[in-house]
Design a binder for this molecule. Structure first.
Ligand code: SF4
Length: 736
């Protein structure tokens, strides 16, 4: 590894799993990530600058897709689920359709009713299973042109691509002017959708964006409208067509977002026409309805604080203790937990039910020495039987999917380069330090954790769970401290790794003392996942160590953790968090927004449960970049939709997190700042390409970054396979 965390560590005390005070800390800002390294592009200018992408975007050939039945498994591990290639998991709540091969492929059963996507909803249709393109292509095309016959006419009449561009720009400009006229009958809010849709469409057909991405969505549309030009009809996916069906409707003021309710149809709602108590009562009825909807959804996501879940987990704990011939005192001892971290397949297979695909992936991970480990405590959060099915996020955190194992095995030797999506090699001025902001630096003294998260951002540098070579050498640490001393604008130090709370108490204390002694350091953040995966690590002694350096008015010490799902929050987490907070130390959460916590109100429930135990939501990270964990990814449009339609319904103190996209080498782009990103292209497979502007835009000239997202269609299809009603997500297409 080019950043030599593991080389030559001698003098600084090292992790020792036989001693009670060893162990780790996760990485707050960075330790969590994402999948999908799909030819990211740095562009050399902003909207209008010179046009020379350093790399030209390429996109994978569009593959025929197998469709799945609506109302199929809610369970990601069940047939048809995203994790179906781990094998088949049957759930009482699910009715899997199709068969799943252990090779990871989904093989639909041709005798069953299959699903096709028409517009923004899945509808059932009795059809033989065919690749997606063959299935409904003409139906989708019909819908595309019905969505905006005028655009179809213009494309058909255009003799070449440039004529089509001219015609569409003229049409869009007229449409834009129309919404500013007094005499139009759009709903006032629909006008906003029209404006946004026009803005997106203009950007997509811009020659500069075609040049930068190497793709012309307009060219595909033009060919589709003129079959005589030789289009095979298979150049673009259904996901591509659905993007444009919705965009065409948006441009025409027919998104239908606002005309669904009687209230909206009436125009001015009743409560605004009334006054005083009468108005308040009418408004209250509306708010009660909204509140009831929220409550209905929240009930779908039990936390580990629910009495039923606590009972199941007591049984889990007994079973695990019996297996290891241990007792309650052992369970509470962090050293015992660390000595019994599950690193092999057998104990896992003996203790919980796994699909055949999961078993195969774990065996392969162990055989190829891919970092793998689960604390007994975290194992107790998994449902013993697959049929229970609430533990999807817990399993997904530590049980690697097959393609992850394959990619990690294939790139064992060059992983430090291949998987460094955030470009930390280029943002590390000295060993152990990463810097992306003027006032903040990351210090990584300890390069391992008490267990290994599958979608760890640092999977390119963590060698193994509880790696005995994980501690940086005294020389490395002293050099890093000297570097921090010399850079006086850095006042906020994030100590992460790896997980620094897996270090021995005294090693950890000495490190904190060295950092706290730097005169200009006014905050030390500890990035650790221990409150979630090893809460018993939070002894009085460890909390006291933090408190020793927490000096209000002079220096703050705080903890940043990573809870992904309400199901991870337990009475033990509550106790650990309160132990920290009793010392006046704050604790914040960084969630990664993945397929496992992105269903309707799932993250809202997480925020509420976090606050219940004393953790403040801090960041919600979009997953990005890493192909080996692509299956976890959620489109950016969904994170924006969640923020607007779900998080917004919570009280302000519950939704304190900021949704962000981490731009490689640069750092966080706030997704709510619409002026800092824009849609520039839709690729034939339905992926959106976004241009992200650097956080220091307007301060320092740094080029934007182009990012290829996962197709919305693919995400919706996955949700459908988990039993979601896609009408709940129908507005997703209008978030750009
Ligand atoms: S493996 Fe360690 S560093 Fe990576 S996400 Fe998990 S806790 Fe953070």
């Amino acid at each position: 590894m080019s950043i030599a965390f593991t080389a030559g560590k001698k003098n600084f005390p090292t992790a020792d799993t036989t001693d009670s005070a060893t162990f780790c800390a996760p990485v707050s800002t960075l330790c969590h990530t994402s999948p999908g390294n799909r030819n990211p592009v740095w562009t050399d200018s902003g909207h209008d600058g010179p046009v020379q992408a350093r790399y030209r975007l390429t996109f994978p050939a569009v593959k025929p897709r197998i469709i799945r039945k609506r109302g199929g498994s809610r369970n990601p591990y069940a047939a048809g689920g995203r994790f179906s290639n781990m094998g088949t998991k049957k759930s009482k709540r699910t009715q899997p359709v199709g068969r799943t091969g252990d090779d990871g492929s989904t093989r639909a059963d041709p005798t069953r009713i299959q699903t096709k996507i028409i517009d923004d909803v899945f509808t059932d249709a009795v059809e033989m299973v065919k690749p997606r393109f063959e299935l409904d292509y003409s139906a989708y095309l019909d819908r595309l042109w019905q969505a905006n016959p005028e655009i179809h006419r213009l494309l058909r009449q255009s003799e070449d691509l440039e004529a089509a561009r001219e015609a569409i720009y003229t049409y869009l400009e007229k449409a834009e002017r129309k919404i500013f006229e007094i005499d139009n009958d759009f709903h006032i809010l629909e006008k906003a959708t029209v404006r946004e849709s026009i803005r997106a469409f203009k950007s997509i057909i811009g020659p500069i964006n075609e040049h930068r991405t190497g793709v012309s969505a307009l060219g595909h549309l033009w060919k589709l409208a003129r079959p005589e030009e030789g289009s095979t009809g298979k150049d673009v996916s259904v996901g591509f067509l659905l993007e444009f069906i919705n965009l065409f409707r948006g441009v025409a003021g027919q998104s239908n977002i606002y005309f669904e309710t009687k209230e909206a149809k009436k125009g001015i709602p009743d409560f605004l026409l009334k006054e005083g108590k009468l108005a308040s009562e009418t408004r209250t009825e509306i708010l009660d309805d909204m509140g009831a909807t929220v409550s209905k959804y929240l009930k779908r996501y039990p936390s580990g604080l629910d009495p039923d879940v606590q009972n199941w987990r007591r049984e889990n704990k007994s079973r695990i203790l019996k297996y290891f011939k241990a007792d309650e005192a052992d369970w509470k001892n962090p050293s015992w937990q660390l000595r019994h971290v599950i690193r092999d397949a057998k104990p896992l297979f003996d203790l919980i039910e796994l699909t055949s695909g999961q078993k195969e992936a774990v065996e392969k991970a162990v055989a190829h020495h891919i970092p793998f480990g689960i604390t007994p405590y975290y194992l107790s959060l998994m449902d013993r039987q697959l049929a229970i099915g609430y533990d999807h996020a817990v399993r997904a955190q530590v049980i690697p999917p097959p393609e992850y194992v394959e990619m990690m095995a294939e790139h064992r030797k060059d992983r430090s380069v291949i998987f460094d999506f955030m470009g930390e090699h280029d943002t590390s001025p000295i060993d152990l330090i990463t810097r992306r902001y003027p006032g903040i630096a990351i210090l990584k003294p300890f390069n391992t954790c008490s267990q290994i998260c599958v979608y760890c951002q640092r999977n390119w540098e963590i060698d193994e769970v509880l790696d005995p070579k994980a501690m940086a050498s005294t020389e490395q640490i002293e050099s890093a401290i000297a570097w921090l001393k010399a850079h006086r604008s850095i006042g906020d130090i994030l100590i992460t790794g790896g997980d620094p709370c897996v270090m021995k108490d005294e090693s950890f204390r000495r490190l904190l003392a060295r950092v706290a002694a730097i005169e200009h350091v006014y905050r030390i953040r500890i990035g650790t996942r221990t409150p979630v995966v090893l809460p018993m690590r939070w002894t009085e002694r460890l909390a006291d160590i933090l408190a020793e350096f927490h000096d209000p008015g002079r220096r703050e010490v705080c903890v940043v953790t990573h809870v992904e799902h309400p199901y991870e929050i337990t009475p033990d987490t509550l106790e650990a968090v309160q132990n920290i907070r009793r010392r006046g130390i704050s604790i914040y959460n960084q969630q990664v927004f993945t397929i496992e916590n992105s269903r309707r109100y799932e993250s809202a429930k997480l925020r509420l449960d976090l606050r219940q135990v004393g953790i403040d939501p801090y960041y919600t990270f979009n997953m990005k970049g890493k192909e080996e964990t692509r299956r976890y990814m959620v489109p950016i449009a969904r994170i924006l939709q969640e923020r607007k339609e779900e998080a917004r319904l919570l009280p302000g103190l519950d939704r304190t997190d900021e949704p962000v996209f981490n731009v490689p080498k640069l750092g966080k782009n706030h997704l709510r700042s619409w002026q800092d990103h824009r849609l520039v292209m839709i690729l034939p497979d339905g992926s959106r390409v976004y241009e992200f502007h650097p956080w220091e835009k307007n301060i320092h000239p740094t080029p934007p970054y182009n990012y290829i997202d996962v197709p919305i269609y693919d995400y919706l299809e996955e949700l459908a396979s988990r039993g979601e009603n896609l009408r709940d997500y129908r507005t997703i297409w209008f978030y750009y």
